[in-house]
Design a protein around this ligand. Structure first.
Ligand SMILES: NC(=O)C1=CN([C@@H]2O[C@H](COP(=O)(O)OP(=O)(O)OC[C@H]3O[C@@H](n4cnc5c(N)ncnc54)[C@H](O)[C@@H]3O)[C@@H](O)[C@H]2O)C=CC1
Ligand SMILES: O=C([O-])CC(=O)C(=O)O
Length: 311
């Protein structure tokens, strides 16, 4: 199985690294516009093969899309990340043009591929990719919910003082500081509601910390995060390539689901060899439905800024 990752920067290279050492794909191509950069990252990763023990072939390419031919999955991480104090939405001006041209280029060589969109603002970039390529909705997947949910479980595990892997929970809605919806009511500690162990005040703080999880790291690092983002993309790619049918919140085009139309936003999806195989309808209460509608309004407003790129 072949995966192409466009953008060999922090997130793209981390994703290639995780895919190879976990043996998720047999071949990974990293592509970047910066001369020699993807080749260098690929060589560095390949020099781990004997010490971490993997057989994936990782190669790099400077903007030569012929090297990406026949990819089963293409991950788009190309574009700029935010700096401290910025929102993801502020990246739209530069990233929209990059994401659109990258999507068009990859399809020339991999017409049957599934595209995973990572570049921010991710929900808007996913919508742009869908509209610009005309691909069926199951083949365009926005990655955000997997990462936001892993951060949610991290903050829950800290509050519970228990291991993250004993915590279940999901974040739906937009992948933005104010549009994410951590579903605290449905989160559990090995099957028991977390509300049995944590007060509402603590749960509210967990939700608030989750929503600004990316901004917190950007403030600490000076650029946005990459370890958890790269690993979250690899987790999603694993479910596609190995047809795992995991339920993962992803940004997907909605046609009536959750009361929304003509928008890409995070909802739980079954992810398998056909990409988005099912949109799972979970029962939201009235407060959660209201939050989802508000989140969708904000994401839809951002999509309005794509008019010139899509014209
Ligand atoms: N959806 C999510 O959950 C997350 C999204 N992101 C987003 O992912 C994107 C990448 O972040 P980082 O890897 O930290 O940035 P980075 O700056 O480390 O890497 C981006 C790479 O894209 C390359 N690039 C730019 N234009 C290109 C083009 N036309 N073709 C090929 N490559 C091109 C750059 O040369 C650079 O190497 C950002 O937009 C960031 O906001 C980051 C983390 C999580
Ligand atoms: O915070 C950012 O800008 C990058 C991102 O989407 C994340 O780490 O969640």
């Amino acid at each position: 199985m072949k995966v192409t990752i466009v953008g060999a920067g922090n997130v793209g290279a981390t994703c290639a690294d995780v895919i190879s050492y976990r043996g998720i794909a047999s071949e990974v191509v990293l592509l970047d516009i910066k001369e020699g950069f993807a080749e260098g990252k690929a060589m560095d990763i390949m020099q781990c093969a004997t010490t971490t023990g993997f057989n994936t072939r990782v190669s790099g390419s400077t903007n030569d899309y012929s090297k990406t031919a026949g990819s089963d999955v293409v991950v788009i991480t190309s574009g700029i990340p935010r700096k401290p104090g910025m929102t993801r939405e502020e990246l739209i001006g530069i990233n929209a043009g990059i994401v659109k041209s990258v999507a068009e280029n990859v399809l020339k060589y991999s017409p049957d591929t599934i595209i995973v969109v990572v570049s921010n603002p991710m929900d808007t970039m996913t919508y742009l990719t869908l509209k610009a390529t005309g691909l069926p909705k199951n083949r365009i997947i926005g990655m955000g919910g997997a990462l936001d949910s892993s951060r949610f479980k991290y903050y829950l595990s800290k509050a519970l003082d228990k291991p993250s892997n004993d915590v279940q929970g999901m974040v739906i809605g937009g992948h933005g500081d104010t549009t994410m919806i951590p579903l605290t009511r449905l989160a559990s500690y090995n099957g028991s509601p977390v509300s049995s162990f944590l007060s509402q005040d603590v749960l509210d703080k967990v939700a608030a910390d989750t929503m600004v999880g990316g901004a917190t790291l950007t403030g600490l690092l000076g650029t946005s995060a990459w370890y958890a983002p790269g690993a979250s993309v690899a987790f999603l790619v694993d479910s596609i390539l190995n047809d795992q049918k995991r339920m993962i919140p992803c940004s997907v085009y909605l046609e009536g689901e959750y009361g929304q139309n003509d928008i890409c936003i995070g909802v739980p999806c079954i992810i398998g060899k056909n990409g988005i195989e099912e949109i799972v309808n979970i029962d939201l209460n009235d407060a959660e439905k209201a939050l989802f509608a508000k989140s969708a309004d904000a994401v839809r407003a951002m999509n309005g800024d794509l008019k010139s790129v899509l014209a």
